[in-house]
Design a protein around this ligand. Sequence first.
Ligand code: HEM
Ligand code: HEM
Length: 177
Amino acid sequence: MARYHPLLVALHWTLAALITVNLLMGFFRLNEIDNADPAKIDALRTHMIIGGLILVLMIVRTITRIRSTKPPEPDSGSALLNRIARPIHYVIYAVIFGAAFSGMALSAMAGLPPIIFGGSGDPLPESFDIYAPMLAHWLFGIVLAALIAVHLAAVIYHEAIRRTDLLARMWWEDKQP
Ligand code: HEM
Ligand code: HEM
């Protein structure tokens, strides 16, 4: 069976875990802690380190994706779905980069690096809402969560209804005979 490159498989699952953590953390934890609460700095540090790791791994993933041979498109039974599947995957790539870059722009504008990583002791800004990249970062988060939901629905549709073994394409070669 034609599969994705083993490195791409490893990156897909590692990134799926990291992105899920950062989305959940962003929407359900960071949002809940007041900027005056000292716990906010630790939570932001974790979120920003994971976000930076996501960016680095996405660069490796993009290069691997361009250089490796891709398995042929699976047939969804619909000409329209067949046509939009690959472009949607590219949009997912772009939105992940958008989330990472807008997060870094927000961090830079709000002067976060010395507070979060330099131990400057300065207070966090009262709110992040006054910085334009915050809106972009929030939007990228919402759009990414929606795309992941569509992605999961597509995988379930292929596996359960079309009976195409899509998960095997995004898994490593079975060495057993
Ligand atoms: C944060 C979560 C996720 C993101 C951002 C994500 C993103 C992507 C992207 C961009 C691709 C296209 C690969 C490429 O062309 O380079 C892909 C493929 C795939 N993903 Fe995910 N994914 C996520 C979670 C999941 C989960 C939870 C599952 C399983 C239930 C899954 C199953 C698959 C499968 C089976 C493929 C291969 C599709 C094919 O054979 O063409 N993904 N994913
Ligand atoms: C792809 C990676 C990332 C994802 C998926 C992500 C996701 C999110 C989400 C969903 C929120 C909550 C938005 C809201 O409801 O207002 C958030 C907040 C935030 N993120 Fe990220 N983020 C990522 C990377 C980064 C990076 C790299 C940085 C900085 C270096 C960063 C800094 C922040 C900050 C400062 C907040 C505001 C926290 C608050 O509202 O109090 N993020 N992120």
